[in-house]
Design a protein around this ligand. Structure first.
Ligand code: SAM
Length: 377
């Protein structure tokens, strides 16, 4: 059989660059291991679930190798779109997308996982596999060696009796977990925490969990003081990259007349924000959407956008993620609308915000965080 054309996969609509690929050595290891397990145990595609397939490499390579009926869960809206597009480009079908739920895992005997960054996310996934997969599942989790920690083995060990790390290959490593433990009756996620009049609800993959992030708190304090800062009452407000929905729900609680949209590219964030809105009794006024940088929302809709962009230092890719959200804010705001941004003071986003959105002033600065207001030109 010809080699699967991995190099034809694209990351789009995620950030693309010459040094970024749409697959990695972990994907290749997971695919090889899945094919070996399938042959050994007589497993067909309908008994395989894939979790965290970034741009579809695992699902598409296995489907292409004849494994029909694979179920796949991807957290990010960008990853889901990339998989769909890659499948169309390569003319591959015969797999099904699911949320992280019983339908994804029911009857699955092999579960392939690209290890997530957050431990809580791994715990939620491990519990889901132990809870909903076939009675004898093998969970094969893989990652880049430099990103792997023993805490991940321990997290897997809370749901599985046997956890075995494999030899590293091509700077990646697989961990094989089997013999699921008995699961608690209650689902371990989402978790809930109270914060002075605000209840936050968080799935494992949501930024900051049920904690209120310090940057978010600084932005909320500034917004509370300026009441949105607008010369007229802002009616239409977007929480761009909403995480658990702390900003959106706080705004809705403080402004009963406002129409609020919270949007995030992570499904875990979206589920958390919906649960947060419901827990605070504002789910009728806060709409939560799973989308990439608000791409499905109309241009010029918003009077106010609130933004706590992903915080990553250093590489061009990562500042690319914040830039995309600045561009989205510029598109979503009406002329004269306001963007409130909180960011790590070391990042100095002010010039970029001025260039992309419009005049930008600093409203508040602590040693760690800066809050700015940009007026859409
Ligand atoms: C620093 S967190 C802030 C979460 C929340 N607003 C808060 O203040 O607690 C950044 C959020 O942006 C989301 N995000 C990153 N890139 C995105 C994109 N292109 N489209 C939508 N959301 C994105 C992440 O999933 C994450 O939830």
């Amino acid at each position: 059989m010809p080699e699967f054309p991995y190099s034809r996969l694209r990351r789009w609509p995620d950030v693309e660059a010459d040094n970024l690929q749409a697959y990695d050595a972990t994907d290749l290891l997971l695919v090889d291991r899945a094919l070996a397990l399938a042959a050994e145990r007589g497993i067909d595609g309908s008994q395989i679930a894939v979790i965290g397939d970034e741009y579809g490499a695992i699902t598409l390579a296995l489907t292409d190798a004849g494994m029909r009926g694979i179920r796949v869960h991807q957290d990010l809206a960008t990853g889901r779109r990339a998989l769909t597009r890659n499948a169309t480009e390569l003319g591959i079908d015969g797999f099904a997308a699911h949320e992280l739920d019983a339908a994804l895992l029911d009857g699955a005997r092999v579960v392939l996982l690209q290890l997530p960054k957050a431990l809580a996310e791994l715990e939620e996934i491990a519990d889901a596999v132990a809870r909903w997969a076939a009675p004898d599942p093998v969970l094969v989790a893989g990652g880049r060696v430099k990103h792997m920690t023993l805490a991940q083995n321990e997290a897997l060990g809370r749901s599985f009796g046997v956890v075995q790390a494999q030899r590293a290959e091509r700077k990646s490593r697989l961990i094989v977990a089997s013999e699921p433990r008995e699961v608690p009756v209650a689902l371990p996620f989402p978790v809930t925490a109270q914060h002075e009049g605000l209840t936050l609800v968080a799935h494992g993959g949501a930024f900051a969990g049920a904690r209120l992030d310090i940057g978010t708190r600084v932005l909320l304090d500034v917004l509370g003081g300026s009441r949105g800062g607008a010369s007229q009452t802002p009616w239409r407000v977007i929480d761009l990259g909403c995480g658990t929905g702390a900003l959106a729900v706080s705004y809705a609680l403080a402004h009963p007349e406002a129409e609020v949209i919270a949007t995030d590219r992570s499904a875990a964030a979206v589920a958390s924000a919906r649960a947060t809105a419901a827990a605070n009794g504002v789910d009728e006024r806060v709409t939560v959407t799973h989308d990439d940088a608000g791409s499905e929302l109309p241009d010029g809709w918003a009077d106010v956008v609130m933004l706590n962009p992903p915080f990553h230092l250093g590489t061009s890719i990562h500042s690319g993620a914040a830039t995309r959200l600045f561009e989205a804010a510029a598109r979503l705001l009406r002329p004269g609308g306001e963007l409130f941004t909180v960011f790590n003071s070391s990042l100095g986003y002010r010039a970029e915000l001025t260039r992309i959105v419009g005049d930008t002033e600093q409203l508040h600065r602590t040693p760690k965080f800066t809050v700015t207001r940009s007026i859409r030109r």
